[in-house]
Write a protein that binds this ligand. Structure first.
Ligand code: C5P
Length: 405
């Protein structure tokens, strides 16, 4: 998939740290600007030993921020404001020292404070001597950062400034721009409305008990954040989960399948894209007991269940239906069942994943196989936050392709 204009209008803080590769940052600033990004450069003191702030200020067209406690800079755009401003933070080159300080969660200079204060995704392009790169300390720091969702671009292998050979070279600026473009959701849903359902539903048995499932809501919430990143106006219909509402999302909390259905139907009419991520219960009690059902030692308890409404199918059969994306969580024959659901539910696209022991539900990583009437695409195991961005990028592509036919 080409993602050439993914960076158009994206607000990027570029962190430059102390490495000989900092000289490449000048080219990187130019290329990020050419790709349409809005840039603010933050340098560590170490970086200033290799390249002057004036160079990056001239190329970026904005003052370069260096000091954490600089009254002038704080009044222009303080670190908290910068942290909120950024859609993405890219650190290139990222030195071994900066990686270590990020891993520790330190806030001893402007760049690390900014990273700690920001909810924006962080991407690092390391650059260091190959022995420093291979050192267990560096590798452990990186593993920690990656476990927290930090993404890595590079490093490359080859001749190093120190005369050695091996891994640790900063990727070329063109490769960094291409790598970042692949991660970002292009802002192509401005003026569009996206509705997403997320989480489980709870179907009450009596006033204290319910039938539920193991859905964490993480994928749906990540999809909502990705839709905001695409510039959409986002409504999230959330089942009972304890997750923070992504910035810029309008959230409606529901508990049962019936409530989720009602909230969707009340709000879906002006939607352009509907994504049914929720693990909606398939059955609800025919009659909910008014009082707590008393347990009896020897008698079996029979519960009469009736099917719930199929929300995604109901949306897909509306006369002015939006572009409808469903999910299929299966324990076996994933592709067959998913394609069957694509057809029977009348969907434009379905994202299938294998669920079971430590897979799919309540974990942070996932893999998907996506189907639409003319094609399919596999997304390998990755963090749900990035998987959601990749899926949203594909949805935008298919939505635009359908709209133009
Ligand atoms: O039929 P199944 O539950 O496997 O289908 C999963 C897809 O259908 C998901 O997109 C889910 O959100 C949606 N669904 C729904 N309403 C239901 C059951 C499933 O919208 N009652």
């Amino acid at each position: 998939m080409t993602n050439n204009d993914a960076l158009v209008g994206k607000k990027i803080v570029l962190g430059v740290t102390g490495s000989i590769a900092a000289y490449k940052s000048a080219d990187l600033v130019r290329r990020l600007g050419d790709a349409g990004a809005e840039l603010r450069v933050v340098m560590t003191k170490g970086a200033c030993e290799f390249i002057t702030p004036l160079t990056l200020q001239t190329l970026s067209g904005h003052p370069v921020a260096i000091e954490l406690l600089d009254a002038d800079q704080e009044s222009a755009m303080g670190h908290i404001k910068l942290a909120r401003w950024a859609d993405w933070i890219l650190i290139a080159p990222a030195s071994a020292d900066t990686i270590a300080r990020l891993a520790q969660g330190r806030a001893d200079d402007l760049l690390t404070s900014l990273c700690l204060a920001s909810e924006s995704p962080l991407v690092i392009a390391p650059a260091m001597n190959n022995k420093m790169w291979e050192n267990q300390a560096t590798q452990e720091n990186l593993a920690q950062l990656q476990a927290r969702g930090v993404q890595l671009l590079g490093p490359a292998s080859g001749d190093q400034a120190c005369g050695e050979q091996g891994a640790g070279r900063l990727l070329e600026p063109t490769d960094i721009v291409a790598g970042l473009s692949k991660l970002v959701v292009p802002a192509k849903l401005r003026g569009k409305r996206v509705m997403i359902t997320a989480g489980p539903t709870y179907e009450p048995i009596d006033p204290v008990r319910f039938i539920g499932n193991r859905s964490s809501g993480k994928m749906g919430f990540a999809m909502a954040a990705a839709a905001v990143e695409a510039g959409a106006d986002v409504v999230l219909i959330a089942g009972p989960v304890h997750l923070m509402t992504p910035h810029g999302v309008r959230r409606i909390n529901v508990e049962t399948a019936q409530q989720m259905n009602d909230a969707v139907i009340d709000n879906v009419h002006t939607c352009d894209i509907f994504v049914g991520c929720a693990a909606v219960a398939d059955f609800q009690l025919e009659t909910v007991a008014e009082n707590k059902i008393k347990k009896t030692k020897h008698e079996k308890l029979h519960l009469d269940l009736i099917p719930t409404l199929d929300i995604v199918s109901a949306v897909a059969s509306l006369p002015d239906k939006p572009f409808v994306v469903g999910f299929a969580a299966e324990t076996e024959q994933v592709a067959d069942y998913a394609q069957d659901k694509l057809n029977t539910k009348g969907l434009d696209m379905i994202a299938a994943n294998q669920v079971g022991a430590n897979m799919g539900f309540a974990v942070d990583n996932n893999a998907l196989q996506v189907f639409w009437p003319q094609g399919t695409q596999a997304f390998p195991l990755t963090a749900k936050t990035q998987l959601a961005r990749d899926l949203m990028t594909l949805i935008i592509e298919r939505y635009n392709a359908k709209d133009s036919t």
